[in-house]
Design a protein. Sequence first.
Length: 557
Amino acid sequence: MDIRTITPDFSASPQIQPSDLEEIARLGFRSVICNRPDGESADAPAFAEIAAAAEAAGLEIVHQPVVSGKVEDADAAEFGRVLSRLPKPALGYCRTGTRSTILWSLSQAGSRPLPEILERTKAAGYDMAGVVRRIANGGRTPTDTGDASYEVVIVGAGAAGISVAASLKSRMPGLQIAIIDPADIHYYQPGWTLVGGGVFEPADTARTMGSLIPKGVTWIKSFVAAFEPDDNAVILDGCRVVKYKRLIVCPGLKLDWQKVEGLVETLGKNGVTSNYRYDLAPYTWELVQGLKSGRALFTQPPMPIKCAGAPQKAMYLSADHWFRTGVLKDIDVQFMNAGGVLFGVKDYVPALMDYVEKYGATLNFFHTLIRVDGPGRTATFKVAKPDTAPAEVTVAFDMMHVCPPQSAPDFIKVSPLADAAGWVDVDQITLRHRTYDNVWSLGDVMNAPNAKTAAAARKQAPVVAANVVADIRGGAPTGGYDGYGSCPLTVERGKIVLAEFGYGGTLKPSFPKWLVDGTRPTRAAWWLKERALPPIYWKAMLRGKEWMAKPEPVSAE
């Protein structure tokens, strides 16, 4: 038998034999649904044989035959009714299990989110790509034929999406482009570190989305439900379909707050905060100002995460305030890092360690936050040091800044565009999809081994724009991405270690060393972060002005 669990209440299987029913009952199943017509193949037992064995094993059994490849809406509705009244868990079977899984998926469309259905069926080894539009349409066959169509469709209107749209428009002003994004507000997320450090006001980091969409670009204000890359289609929430000639995928990533037990319930109170949310960054500054003694924890989850330096930036700016106000001696600063190093590019570590020592911070490596008791002010970490048995430690705190676990959005993970880990699968130089030639990706969601930062997106957008235009004109890719990323590490108010690097940790400084030496803290880098980068973001990057961001030529090799 090859029984595959979809949910605790339902599993699917290829054809079973009468001799299997006793074992099926022993496994805990209480009912069986046969979705295979009698006589479909010469080697399959008749339903009556299966039913007799099921009854002998104490199992309830239902025959709902459905012809392969012809699952009607009424079939799915009937399956849902049958499943709802049967004792659980239930096992559905057909020739391969796919038909039963399709019926389950369509029957659940009105009660479960599409990404959950696709994730559960994919994990069981069943591909629902052929019925994704029907699932998105509440389990019914769509009848709308008025689908929109564009030369280029961009999924996501964050830093990457708007930048690449603007870069495309600057190259081909007449290009028909649509951006799909449901958000009303666009955020300058790199600014939230400075909000949490009392430097920026939250409003400094927000603009209305409508004011930033490039002129001539259609904004489709909707969620994406799924992709059908074989048919050049994006399925929107509500089963609307947008067709494309070329697709650019850049929806950002997902902050998995719920993966830490108790975290969601205590965010924004009980001394628990995070600069990874617009509404919580001001609470960080409130806590920093109010803390005069006690223990402050700063956590960092396993990689990959958005801006790997952000968790320690929060620590440095907080400790700097306590240092300047004379209370640092009474505060125990602890950095709880799931990884094994302070920063992934070793050239910047000596300067950072100087500040770790200045602030008396304790570095705790291989510590992953798994549970928070907000009212009790304790945090529990899984400790998994090399060559040591995993353990759990619980630490009391007075203030805790949390960086949440992060992953690709659910609708990306379950799509044909994703690699095994759930990220969009691209060539790391051209940023073109490895399977679908008319698909590109950039920003946090793709799987190139680079830092996930806005600075990386600033370099990636011109590369994708140049390569899409080259493809439209029938040519080969012309732009190459070298893995550039930048992380301005705010080690104190007024000084920054400006980390700039590419693939493999190769240093990629933008300025001569006499002006900004990225391996040591400088006031010039702070000026860049506080004064220069925000207007460069709003007025250049999002408007297609590629200052210091021209694509590298693609290697001839």
